[in-house]
Design a protein around this ligand. Structure first.
Ligand code: GLA
Length: 331
């Protein structure tokens, strides 16, 4: 039976919330799908540092307010993304007017003021935050990514960020978020990082697994192991940015005008397997978010190849449910 009328989030109400990344266009253009099938949203870019706080003495809540109100009006959870990241953070945060590096104290103060202003605006309307995004290095030989946060503050910048976030937003769930999350080498480092943070008393409540996968990836044993590891540390897991690209990361060909039947089938099978696994770990997982709503607009159309169409989500370019959608709806 192909029941288009069932709501995805309703089907999953005893498991975890179902989220989508949105922007100020898609909350209008994809409104119907969002309202019907999703009960959680994340701002795709609108709550990043450069969007909210472009200049030292200037905050801009115009776009984030629209997303916040969309969530409130439609009774959806809102995930906060993100406070500390090496990307999409303006230079003024790290450099003074003379282009000199700011001090550790100044950077910590900036972070505290930033978090304070954002939390003051949205309060409990944002129930969880990705406090730190992508702090772990991909290269095997290195542990933490060499960012300005690390260089200026030192290794305890993560601890400090969680402490500040908790002080300002005591009721929010606080997450560490990263990609390549199930790759055993990187997972070991992420697990070590969150374990150490927790052991040292950091107010960390969960790990966000981005889950930017493709139809040739992921290894389900590795993913399962991630849930077990983080669960055993007493942390919650959220799948925060899921999509399943039609291309391997190293595949840069750009001549495909539509996905083949095999690709669609492979993608559907992977979504089905993934959601089956997520359901099995519902005690650990309390949210699954897709990084976009439908295939007509998503970041993979521009990454890693500009203007190459990709079809990574559950709804097609005409906003119709794909095979993958039905597979995760019916179990
Ligand atoms: C990372 C970030 C997201 C987003 C995606 C690409 O995963 O965490 O905020 O920028 O890359 O769109």
């Amino acid at each position: 039976m192909r029941d288009q009328d069932q709501s995805l989030y309703d089907v999953y109400k005893d498991y975890f919330s179902i989220g989508a990344a949105v922007n100020i266009r898609t909350i209008k253009s994809h409104k119907d799908i969002l309202i019907k099938h999703f009960n959680s949203i994340t701002a795709e870019n609108e709550m990043k540092f450069e969007s909210l706080h472009p200049k030292m003495d200037q905050y801009d809540f115009t776009n984030s307010d629209l997303i916040y109100h969309f969530a409130r009006t439609n009774n959806m959870e809102l995930r906060g993304h993100t406070f500390v990241w090496h990307n999409q953070t303006p230079n003024w945060v790290f450099e003074d007017k003379n282009k000199q590096r700011v001090s550790r104290e100044t950077l910590l103060q900036t972070l505290e003021q930033h978090i304070s202003a954002v939390v003051y605006r949205y309060g409990e309307g944002i129930y969880c935050w990705d406090v730190v995004n992508e702090a772990v290095e991909d290269r095997k030989t290195e542990y933490l990514r060499d960012t300005k946060w690390l260089q200026i503050i030192g290794e305890d910048y993560l601890m400090k960020a969680f402490e500040i976030a908790h002080k300002k937003a005591p009721s929010a769930l606080l997450f560490y978020n990263d990609y390549n999350e199930s790759n055993p080498e990187k997972r070991k480092k992420i697990a070590n990082l969150v374990f150490t943070l927790k052991k040292n008393g950091a107010p960390i409540h969960g790990v966000g697994l981005q889950c930017h996968w493709n139809i040739f990836d992921p290894c389900f044993d590795d993913i399962k192991r991630s849930f077990e590891i983080y669960g055993s540390l007493g942390l919650k897991v959220q799948v925060t940015e899921m999509d399943i690209s039609m291309f391997e990361f190293s595949d840069r060909r750009a001549d495909l005008v539509k996905p083949t039947v095999e690709m669609i089938e492979k993608q559907a099978t992977l979504y089905e397997k993934a959601f089956k696994l997520f359901r099995e770990y519902k005690e650990v997982i309390n949210g699954v978010t897709l990084w976009g709503v439908a295939d007509d607009e998503n970041w993979l159309d521009h990454f890693p190849v500009r203007d190459r169409k990709n079809w990574p989500l559950l709804f097609d370019e005409n906003h119709e449910p794909k095979e993958a959608f039905y597979r995760i709806l019916q179990f």
